[in-house]
Ligand binder design. Structure first.
Ligand SMILES: [Zn+2]
Length: 243
C-alpha cells in the first residue's frame, strides 16, 4: 500500500519504499500486511524477540498510522490530534484500548496463519469490538446509484475511531476465503502478518527487501544469526551488505 513520503529525506538517510523510518514529521510506517487489521497487528516490531519495539508510542503515532494506512482521512486525523492534545488522559486510555485490540488481532491471525484453532475467548473479544465499531457505521448513497458504508465522524471526534476500520477489516478477513492466505513472516524475530498474494502461495517474508534479504545474506555468507539491531528495518533497507 502506498504511503505519502516525506517531502524531504535527509541526505544521510536512504529513500525507502515502505517506511520503517523516523522522519522529521513522525514515524513512517511499513504497511506490508495487505489488510488494515494486519498492518495494525504489525505495529509491534521485532515481536518474536525478547525486546519487541513499540511503534505506537503515543496517541499521535496512532493517528499517523491510521492516516498513512487510509483508515482516516488527513482532515479526520487533524481533528483527532487536536482533540487528543486537549484530552491527554483520554487519549492515553484510547491508545491502551488500541494496543489491547491489536494483541487480540495478532493472536487471532497468528493462529489462523499457523492453521491452529482460534480460542473462543478471542473470537468473543472480536465480536464485542465489532459491535462497538459497527454501531458507528452508516449506510449512505454513493455515486452511480450504489451504496456504501461510512464511518461517523462528529465535530467532537471519538478517540477510538482509528480502531473502527481495523476491526471491520478483521471481521471481513476472518469470514472470507482470504483468511487461508494469511501468513506469518519467517524472518528472525519478526512474526509480522501479511496476505500472501503470490501465485503458488509460497511467500515467506513480510517484505523481501527486509526479512528476505537478511535471510538470503545469512545463508550466502554462512554467518551466525545476530540479534536484530534497534533500527532493523531501516538498516535492512540499506542493503544486505550492511547487515
Ligand atoms: Zn518480516
Amino acid at each position: 500500500m502506498a504511503v505519502e513520503m516525506p517531502s524531504k529525506v535527509p541526505a544521510n538517510q536512504p529513500r525507502v519504499r515502505f517506511g520503517g523510518v523516523q522522519t522529521p514529521r513522525g514515524y513512517l510506517f511499513e504497511l506490508t500486511g495487505g489488510r488494515l487489521c494486519l498492518d495494525l497487528a504489525n505495529t509491534l516490531d521485532e515481536r518474536a524477540t525478547d525486546h519487541p519495539r513499540e511503534l505506537l508510542r503515543g496517541y499521535k503515532d496512532l493517528v499517523d498510522w491510521a492516516v498513512q494506512a487510509r483508515a482516516l482521512s488527513s482532515a479526520e486525523g487533524q481533528r483527532l490530534r487536536r482533540h487528543a492534545a486537549a484530552h491527554p488522559s483520554l487519549a492515553a486510555r484510547a491508545l491502551g484500548r488500541t494496543t489491547a485490540t491489536r494483541e487480540v488481532l495478532f493472536a487471532i491471525f497468528s493462529a489462523a496463519a499457523r492453521r491452529k484453532a482460534v480460542p473462543a475467548g478471542l473470537l468473543d473479544a472480536l465480536s464485542e469490538l465489532s459491535a462497538q465499531a459497527f454501531a458507528r457505521r452508516r449506510l449512505e448513497n454513493a455515486p452511480g446509484g450504489s451504496f456504501e458504508w461510512k464511518w461517523e465522524f462528529s465535530e467532537r471526534p471519538d478517540l477510538d475511531s482509528p480502531l473502527w476500520a481495523a476491526v471491520a477489516s478483521a471481521v471481513d478477513l476472518l469470514t472470507s476465503p482470504g483468511v487461508d492466505r494469511v501468513r506469518q513472516c519467517e524472518g528472525d524475530g519478526c512474526a509480522w502478518l501479511f496476505i500472501d498474494t503470490s501465485k503458488n502461495g509460497s511467500r515467506r517474508w513480510c517484505d523481501m527487501s527486509v526479512c528476505g534479504n537478511r535471510a538470503k545474506a545469512r545463508r550466502h555468507r554462512g554467518r551466525p544469526r545476530n540479534p536484530p539491531p534497534p533500527t532493523r528495518r531501516h538498516r535492512a533497507l540499506l542493503g544486505p551488505q550492511r547487515d
